[in-house]
Design a protein around this ligand. Structure first.
Ligand code: BES
Ligand code: MN
Ligand code: ZN
Length: 435
């Protein structure tokens, strides 16, 4: 940080090393951006002008640099301190100007406006994820969804209760909530941004507000992190808020099955057989493979919206963390063009996914001696067999599945929700609204 540089209007100038010009890639840009914004936050600057956006980055346009700068700045001012008796120190930085040599294009301006909505959506997703299971219950998520419907004329929220789900035949979803004292909810948010005739994109988010594993109880270490098992649901709420703020011209429905997975004398037991809304029967060999059990009924329910495309988002398998680590979300689809569109949106938003196979060769691993299928496929290929389970309920429409077990939150010293994959989903919807 240089002070009082002669002939420069700014009081202070922060120099950021960029490495070799020839090696200045997207990653190098993001590293420099993060380092710069972090240093600004540590100084007592109230406002700053950022000129990193004026650098040429290989294969990236101005809009990309603007989007990344907004997301980085938003990340640096995010706090989750509502449960501390004294709030954490508020960030001092209030205003960030993005410098560019030429007059910004209309697309660059639009990227700026849209990314602010995406950042707000991510903040909602993070806060819901970070809230503990004793506060963020299924009822709490339903109340938040209703509040979104109140705040935005374009969103209509409805909440189904357990008796409604019973009538619909959702035996699989209801089997997961049996051990819990908290009532399960099925939330739908309908966003109308286009004509009635346009078929909607349906986003289905896993909303397990705490996953103990049920009778197949999880080990104690780090079990607190299973409060994050509703991050799929939170990403649907964050994305719905973002598209409503942007006023995107398309129709989108959010569907959120939400409950707790708890052990009790009433809880579902290994070996129990239930009938899903689709009519297919399921032998529950492991009550900890509960995400797919709530999603399958929500996916069947989604047909009622006559969808163009259905995308589910779920912290579904620990195996996905083993396969892809914390960098990429797992992506599956029964439609290759949809997979390509989602991969491209992830690349654009720097919220990347990686496609895994959904081949029928894996399906026999789910065969059961007593029911139409079992809910686990063994240790090998655990992420794939989970997706193959869902595929049995999504044959009637174009569908993709995002396994965000490794990307939705960070552990350790930096523990906290990331807000992913809101940037990917929002970018995909922005791209769709354009075409
Ligand atoms: N919510 C978990 C998946 C999970 C585990 C996400 C750890 C992130 C970190 C899911 O409900 C689960 O328990 N899955 C089991 C499936 C198994 C029993 C087939 C798993 O991954 O161990
Ligand atoms: Mn589980
Ligand atoms: Zn779970």
């Amino acid at each position: 940080m240089l002070h009082h540089v002669p002939d420069i209007a700014a009081d202070r100038v922060l120099l950021v090393g960029l490495g070799k010009a020839a090696e200045f890639s997207a990653k190098a840009f993001l590293d420099a951006l993060r380092a710069g914004v972090t240093a600004l936050q540590k100084s007592s600057c109230k406002d700053a002008a950022l000129y990193l956006t004026d650098l040429a980055v290989k294969d990236r346009d101005d809009a990309w640099k603007i989007r990344q700068s907004v997301l980085c700045a938003a990340e640096s001012v995010y706090r989750c301190d509502q449960l501390k008796s004294k709030p954490a120190e508020a960030p001092v930085l209030r205003k960030l100007l993005l410098g560019c040599a030429d007059k910004p294009s209309a697309t660059a301006q639009q990227a700026l406006d849209q990314t602010q909505a995406v950042a707000n959506g991510m903040a909602l997703t993070k806060t819901l994820g970070n809230l503990p299971g004793n506060i963020c219950t299924p009822g709490y998520l339903a109340a938040k969804a209703l509040a979104l419907g109140k705040a935005h004329k374009s969103i209509k929220t409805t909440v189904l209760e357990e008796k409604d789900m019973q009538k619909l035949g959702m035996g699989s979803l209801l089997s997961v909530t049996r051990g819990s004292e908290q009532p399960a909810k099925l939330i739908t948010l309908e966003y109308h941004g286009a004509g009635k005739k346009q078929k909607p994109v349906v986003l289905v988010g896993k909303g397990i507000t705490f996953d103990t594993g049920g009778i197949s109880l999880k080990p104690g270490a780090e079990m607190d992190e299973m409060k994050y098992d509703m991050c799929g649901a939170a990403s649907v709420l964050g994305t719905m808020q973002a598209i409503a703020e942007m006023g995107l011209k398309l129709n989108v429905v959010g569907v959120i099955p939400t409950c707790e997975n708890m052990p009790s004398g009433r809880a579902t037991k290994p070996g129990d057989i239930v009938t899903s809304m689709s009519g297919q029967t399921i032998e529950i060999l492991n009550t900890d493979a509960e995400g797919r059990l709530i999603l399958c009924d929500a996916l069947t329910y989604s047909k009622k919206f006559d969808p163009d495309t259905v995308i589910d988002i779920a912290t579904l398998t620990g195996a996905c963390v083993i396969a892809l680590g914390h960098v990429a979300s797992g992506l599956f689809s029964n439609d290759d063009s949809l997979a390509q569109e989602l991969l491209a949106a992830g690349e654009q938003a720097h919220d990347r996914a990686w496609q895994l196979p959904l081949w029928d060769d894996y399906q026999p691993l789910l065969d059961s001696n007593f029911a139409d299928m079992q809910n686990i496929g063994g240790r090998a290929g655990g992420t794939i067999t989970a997706a193959c389970f869902l595929a049995r309920f999504t044959k009637d429409y174009r569908w993709a599945h995002l396994d965000i077990a490794g990307t939705a939150w960070k552990s350790g010293k930096e523990k906290g929700a990331t807000g992913r994959p809101v940037p990917l989903l929002a970018q995909y919807l922005i791209n769709r609204a354009k075409n």
